[in-house]
Design a protein around this ligand. Structure first.
Ligand SMILES: CC(C)(COP(=O)(O)OP(=O)(O)OC[C@H]1O[C@@H](n2cnc3c(N)ncnc32)[C@H](O)[C@@H]1OP(=O)(O)O)[C@@H](O)C(=O)NCCC(=O)NCCS
Length: 159
């Protein structure tokens, strides 16, 4: 049996079309190419990663998800995380989240925060699995008027 490997790596400019395609399938108000380019070239706080599925013997490599998260001193914010709809619920999102939390811990980050649409039950359950809790509701946070849940993870220091 042949297996698919996964690799999480920094996003590069040439990855923008693949990431944009997943972005458009995942969000109601998607970022544009120039937003992503700005994020990877001009934002020193941003960690913009892609997750790639590959099978070296078949010469297959495909970006299947991405995340963009910022570290500012001892806190971090997840701005975006998405997996292509065809490969959701296969723990690719979890792999990225585990890497985010491990990297945040190594950088001495104390809290990771995020906003999520109140109707986005899958994402809320996903975050809850990693220990994020709802701190409060941000009324009418999104452009279409939907509320956001503000979620926080206290990063435990393993050392
Ligand atoms: C949220 C998202 C990134 C999760 O990625 P994923 O790779 O599908 O998630 P995983 O397979 O790692 O799931 C981990 C856990 O999350 C929860 N979960 C994920 N998708 C779920 C769904 N559709 N329904 C219910 N729970 C779900 C489950 O608890 C799951 O654990 P389990 O497999 O042991 O049951 C993905 O659904 C996505 O891209 N959504 C669209 C973009 C989005 O809403 N991003 C978040 C914006 S704030």
């Amino acid at each position: 049996m042949r297996y698919l490997d996964t690799e999480i790596r920094q996003m590069a400019e040439e990855d923008i079309p693949a990431v944009l395609a997943i972005e458009k399938l995942s969000f109601r108000d998607p970022w544009k190419a120039e937003d992503m380019l700005n994020e990877i070239t001009n934002n020193p706080y941003s960690n913009f990663w892609v997750i790639e599925l590959s099978n070296p013997s078949l010469n297959i490599k495909q970006i299947c998800g991405f995340c963009d998260w910022w570290v500012t001193f001892d806190s971090a914010t997840i701005c975006q995380i998405a997996v292509h709809p065809d490969v959701r619920q296969m723990h690719l999102g979890s792999q990225m989240m585990e890497e985010i939390i491990a990297t945040a811990r190594a950088k001495k980050v104390r809290t990771i925060t995020l906003e999520v649409r109140a109707s986005n039950k899958a994402a809320i359950k996903f975050y809850g699995k990693f220990g994020f809790y709802v701190s409060h509701v941000k009324d009418g946070y999104y452009l279409d008027g939907e509320d956001a849940l503000y979620m926080i993870l206290e990063v435990k220091d393993n050392g």
